[in-house]
Ligand binder design. Structure first.
Ligand code: HEM
Length: 411
């Protein structure tokens, strides 16, 4: 791997961000793995970062990219930088202005793009035309299963975007169709976002699957955080049916992520353990979007708030300390009890469905984590590992009131 294009960029009197050699840098990172990138590369990338104030063109993207590729040498490698999250247009409740339908369409489109990128990588490897990340290639049978689950995971979003993928049985043919569909309206910005957000720590094939699956979940959590924020606001304004409808839609979206777990379960444990030794310090315990969702449902108990769960997301911790209102708080403020919920069945239903979806999510996560790690290996987020997950697996999503539904009506 020759860093000449980077040297050439640096040698310009006033380099332009438009000509930054992203492809060459990404090729190098995928070739070596972030953990093993030679110093020649990181020194040049560090020099590029120093020159940023004097380059021409918009700097935000190059700055975010350099932040992601230099995280290990800077000693600030974490979940966000590992997944290059600042380079993905993930919805954020602090900056969202679009209506719910537009947001969902945007999420669906990126969801399909991320999964089709994974599928394209697997197909290239299957056809023997993909060189990077060739360690511990899975057997063809595993890849077929992987492709099948990837298409399943993309299907609800594809349907909403008016694509139909269910006309063929063969998973490889279906997967090819998914890639072709995703290419139809792919822009150069999409291509760049996909390229710059695959920065593995190793050369292990399955790390591609791991990274794309986590990013896909993050995308959904981001949208759920926006949804929950809107639900809390709607309750505060007394629009309870509207809050209920949005919560039901959020529950559907979370339920739809189930095939992502089957997809990730095709990861070979041996492969996971091979690259995991280099991901210490990056854990989804640092997922801001996940903790936003959790704390927007119910303000965490002091014990959880002061534990690793929230110490790992200082921004969310600070929001809660400064009075973030959860759905529970909003309902308490309007003195909503189980009678109120009985009178607004769609809200009761929303709470019930969302609770069930979160519990299902936590249980599946726990099962897969135990399968990959057992019960005695520590986590990469400085926790004891799966015992940490077990501790909060069944804790209440909403505390203050049981929604009234046909199955649990109280007299
Ligand atoms: C091989 C698959 C996985 C394993 C072995 C695993 C393992 C773990 C472990 C051990 C923890 C405890 C924190 C720590 O890292 O020390 C954790 C936390 C967490 N994981 Fe996973 N995980 C996996 C996949 C995923 C995926 C795909 C997601 C989706 C984003 C995810 C989301 C989370 C979240 C949000 C937490 C924090 C939960 C909390 O603080 O209550 N994990 N995981």
């Amino acid at each position: 791997m020759n860093p000449e294009p980077l040297r050439h960029w640096l040698a310009q009197p006033k380099p332009s961000t438009h000509c930054f050699p992203y492809d060459r840098v990404v090729d190098a990172y995928q070739h070596y793995g972030k953990q093993f990138v030679p110093e020649t590369w990181t020194a040049l990338l560090g020099a590029a970062r120093e020159r940023l104030p004097e380059v021409s063109g918009p700097r935000q993207q190059v700055a975010a990219f350099l932040g992601a590729v230099l995280d290990k040498v800077d000693g600030r490698f974490d979940y966000r930088s590992y997944l290059a999250l600042p380079l993905l247009p993930i919805p954020d409740p602090d900056s969202v202005t679009e209506p719910a339908d537009r947001l969902l369409a945007r999420r669906d489109r990126l969801h399909v793009l991320l999964l089709s990128d994974l599928v394209a990588f697997e197909l290239r490897a299957l056809e023997g035309v993909c060189r990077p990340m060739s360690e511990l290639r899975p057997a063809a049978l595993v890849v077929r299963k992987r492709l099948h689950h990837a298409v399943r995971a993309a299907s609800p979003a594809l349907r909403r975007l008016s694509f139909d993928v269910h006309a063929v049985d063969d998973p490889v043919a279906l997967a090819r169709r998914l890639v072709a569909m995703a290419c139809i309206d792919r822009t150069s910005d999409d291509r760049l976002a996909l390229r710059t957000t695959m920065l593995p720590v190793s050369g292990v094939h399955d790390e591609w699957l791991f990274i794309r699956t986590l990013q896909t979940f993050e995308l959904t959590f981001g949208l759920l955080a926006v949804d929950l924020t809107a639900v809390v606001a709607a309750v505060g304004e007394g629009r309870l049916p509207s809050a209920g409808i949005r919560l039901c839609l959020a529950a559907t979206l979370l339920r739809e992520t189930a095939p992502l777990w089957s997809l990730l379960a095709t990861m070979q444990p041996e492969a996971f353990h091979r690259f995991r030794v280099h991901t210490d310090g990056a854990s989804a315990i640092q997922s801001r979007a996940y903790k936003l969702v959790e704390s927007l449902c119910r303000t965490p108990d002091p014990q959880r708030l002061h534990s690793a769960a929230y110490r790992s997301v200082p921004d969310v911790h600070a929001r809660i300390r400064s009075g973030q209102i959860s759905l529970d708080d909003a309902l308490t403020a309007i003195r909503a009890d189980h009678r109120t919920l009985a009178e607004v069945p769609v809200l009761a239903d929303g709470m019930h469905q969302f609770t069930a979806a979160v519990h299902q999510w936590r249980r599946t996560h726990y099962r897969l984590a135990v399968r990959m790690l057992g019960t005695d290996q520590p986590g990469t987020g400085a926790t004891p590992g799966t015992p940490y997950l077990l501790h909060s697996r069944d804790s209440a999503v909403f505390a203050s009131r049981e929604p009234i539904t046909a199955g649990n009506e109280r007299s």
